[in-house]
Write a protein that binds this ligand. Structure first.
Ligand code: TYM
Length: 331
């Protein structure tokens, strides 16, 4: 049975990009695979959260995961920092990760540009920690969005490199998972800038109020409208259609697509429809988020069970790795 690992940084509320890029695929897989879903709180340290924020964020993201439908009876859901085997494997993998390849990573270069006052070693070795997260459970499949493609490629490299160095077959080569052979998902932001993201400030959170969703969607960037029949959609308009594709019914998308193609489209109508469809989609999730985040006992139970199950799997791998590397106990 294939093993699936996926995760999310605890740096803010879950948004539509997270849901459609990673969580949705994961939920569909939890019924038939061995699945691990975790909250990457070590990864969040690269941006130096305050201690109070760190805990609040982890709790929020845990509640949001559960509200989306991740079922702790089926999947192992845990918090990264509850599993000390992960940072140990990270340390070991760091010995086989090279400065050149880490410096060339797009996400490192982007982050170094975004926060020039804080280009820390954790940012540089971010893909190594991510590889440790994945291969500690010997994962085969990793549901992630398009933006994680390069990080996943590095996890593949580190897994293969370990096997080659020690002439073993310890780690499978993990691959990105998307349903029905589709491309990895990239949900755009509403500001015309490409990706929806927490740090981009253009995200629609699953916990967002309907008023706020309406406001954001109505403010979305558009153009002056199509001039010719069946013309290609420019990126800002395609972005709105991409969002519609994931939240609206196919006949609604077809209706606006036709209106675009015959130049009768009114962007105001499209935005109103899009806002209502997003609200319909997020409403039940938002209700569950509110309920679950109040239930501290439930959250503690889920985190404790998850940590136990994750450690059981992680410690098995780590024991094997230590032996392969040559660590022998004197006592
Ligand atoms: P993070 O927290 O930025 O995002 C979590 C997941 O959501 C996906 N995602 C998107 N997908 C499509 N369109 C978008 N606009 C969009 N924005 C976010 C991400 O691709 C990701 O799948 N490094 C990871 C967290 C991580 C991880 C791991 C993931 C740490 N270790 C091991 C998988 C396996 C990250 O920062 O994701």
């Amino acid at each position: 049975m294939p093993t699936v690992v996926s995760g999310i940084r605890s740096t803010g509320n879950l948004h539509l990009g997270n849901y459609f890029g990673a969580v949705k695929n994961f939920i569909e897989m939890q019924n038939e695979h061995q699945t691990f879903f975790f909250i990457a709180d070590f990864h969040s340290l690269t941006t130096h959260p305050t201690p109070a924020d760190l805990h609040t964020n982890v709790k929020q993201v845990l509640a949001e995961y559960l509200a989306c439908g991740i079922d702790p009876e089926k999947a192992t859901i845990f918090i990264q920092s509850d599993v000390p085997e992960i940072p140990e494997l990270y340390l070991l993998l760091n010995m086989n990760a090279y400065l050149g390849e880490l410096e060339r990573t797009t996400s490192f270069k982007d982050k170094a540009r975004q926060q020039p006052e804080n280009v820390n070693a954790g940012l540089l070795t971010y893909p190594v920690l991510m590889a440790a997260d994945i291969i500690i459970h010997k994962a085969n499949l990793v549901p992630v969005g398009k933006d994680q493609e390069q990080n996943l490629e590095m996890a593949r490299t580190f897994a293969r490199r370990f096997n080659r160095m020690y002439d073993v077959e310890t780690f499978p080569t993990p691959r990105a998972y998307t349903f029905e052979g589709k491309d990895m998902v990239k949900i755009p932001g509403l500001d015309g800038s490409g990706k929806m993201g927490k740090s981009e400030g253009n995200a629609i959170a699953l916990a967002e109020s309907p008023e706020s969703i309406r406001k954001k969607v109505m403010r979305a960037v558009t153009d002056e409208g199509p001039k010719e029949l069946n013309q290609n959609k420019p990126a800002v308009i395609q972005n709105l259609f991409t969002l519609m594709d994931v939240v609206s019914a196919p006949d609604v998308v077809a209706h606006f697509d036709l209106a675009y193609n015959n130049c009768s489209i009114r962007y105001g109508d499209l935005k109103k429809q899009l806002a209502e469809d997003i609200i319909n989609f997020t409403n039940p999730i938002r209700g569950r988020i509110n309920e679950i985040s109040k239930d501290n006992d439930y959250l503690s139970r889920v985190a404790k069970n998850g940590a136990e199950k994750a450690r059981e799997s992680a410690s098995k791998t780590l024991k094997e790795v230590r032996e392969i590397i040559g660590f022998r106990r004197f006592f």
